[in-house]
Write a protein that binds this ligand. Structure first.
Ligand code: SF4
Length: 112
């Protein structure tokens, strides 16, 4: 039973790790558009059992406005949402807080 879908929102990443299994990096291309994801969300909803949509990459925070809009749409459709990030933007609590403010009440707190 499918309970969640993980999207590689983009292959672009600010890092280029040797172990990266999606070959993400600064020169990697390919990012979902909002309209494509919206259509895909409609298809996911038809499955009936998928509750979670995760956004990862690459580094999804490099496309922050697109990621936020996708999370808003997924959330409004009733999906639970999560993001996988390398947290390059979280160099201090003070710097991280503005990036996270838009997610209040939308993302789960999950320790991996
Ligand atoms: S997606 Fe993750 S593993 Fe891949 S290059 Fe970026 S930070 Fe490294």
């Amino acid at each position: 039973m499918i309970t969640g879908i993980h999207f590689l929102l983009t292959y672009t990443c600010n890092l280029e790790c040797d172990h990266c299994f999606v070959y993400g990096g600064p020169k990697a291309n390919g990012t979902f558009t909002v309209s494509r994801l919206r259509k895909t969300f409609d298809e996911i909803a038809k499955i009936g059992t998928a509750q979670w949509i995760y956004f990862e990459g690459g580094e999804p925070f490099l496309f922050y406005p697109v990621m936020l809009e996708d999370i808003r749409i997924a959330h409004d459709m009733g999906f639970k949402t999560g993001v996988v990030t390398n947290a390059y933007w979280a160099i201090s609590e003070e710097d991280a807080e503005p990036w996270l403010r838009s997610f209040c009440g939308r993302l789960p707190h999950k320790n991996f």
